[in-house]
Design a protein around this ligand. Sequence first.
Ligand code: SF4
Length: 278
Amino acid sequence: MAGGSSAKPWGVFDPTAAAPFKVSRSKIDLFVECPRCAFLDLKYGVKRPSGPSFTLNNAVDELLKREFDALRAKGEPHPLVKAYGIDAVPLKHEKLDEWRDALKRGIAYLHEPTNLLVRGGVDDVWTTRSGKLIIVDYKATSKKVGPSTENDLYDSYKRQMEVYQWLFRKNGFPVSPKGYFVYANGNSDAEAFDAKLEFDIKLIPYDGDDAWIEPLLVRLKAMLLSHEIPAPGTAFGGGPCDFCGYRDAAGKTLMMIHFEQKAKKTAVHQAAAKEPGL
Ligand code: SF4
C-alpha cells in the first residue's frame, strides 16, 4: 500500500531552537529536486507520498552486504573488485555499523555556518592499500540493458555518492574521488522463472565532486528561515512534476467548498438570529 502524506508537527525546523537541525541526505536531494516540496516538508511537516517500499531492492542490498561482510572479516577483496582491477578490500572499522544505519545516526557532520547536522547511511566503504576510503553504493534494477557507465546513472545517485564522500571527508578521512556503484541487474530474459531471479552484477565507477554541497546548505538554511514559498523545482523534465497542478487545483477546490459551506452556515445562523421562530 502506498504510504500516506500528512502534516506532522515534530521534526520540523524551529528557528528559535539552538540545537542543530538534522537534515538527511535524502532531504538535501529533495531540496535540489524541488525547493517548494522541501519547504513544505522541512518547515511544515507535509511530506510527499512515499510510495511502496522496494522490498526486492532491499533484499539485494542485504545479500550484497552479507557477501562483502564475509570478505571483510577475512580481509580479502571481492572477486568482482579484483576482476575490475581495483586494489581495495572492504573496510574494517568499529563505526561501520553506525555509519550504515541511516535510521539511527549514520555518518553525520555538523555544518557550523548553518547549524545543520547532515547525515546519511552509507551502503559500504572499501579501503585502498594506502588507506584511502572508497564510498560504495549498492543498486538493483531489472532492465533489458542494464546500466554500465556513469552516463546511465541518475543524477540523484551521483549526488548521493557526493554527499557521502563529503561526509567522510568532513569526518577527517582521506576519501578517493572515485566511488563505485555495485549494480545488480535482474535478468528477465531467462527461459523460465523457476523461482529464481538471476542478476548480472557490474561495478560502475563515478568521480564525485562535492563542491556544490556547502553552498547548497547555505541556500537550504536561507529557505528554512524565510516565509516566502519557493517556486516548484524544475528537476522534472524542465517543469513542475505531474502532481503539482493536481495538488494546487485540489487544494483550491477544497478551500472553495469549505468557504461556500461556511458562508451558507453563517447565513442560516444570521437568519435564525433575526427570526428566532425559524
Ligand atoms: S513540482 Fe510541485 S508537487 Fe512536484 S515536487 Fe515540486 S512542489 Fe512538489
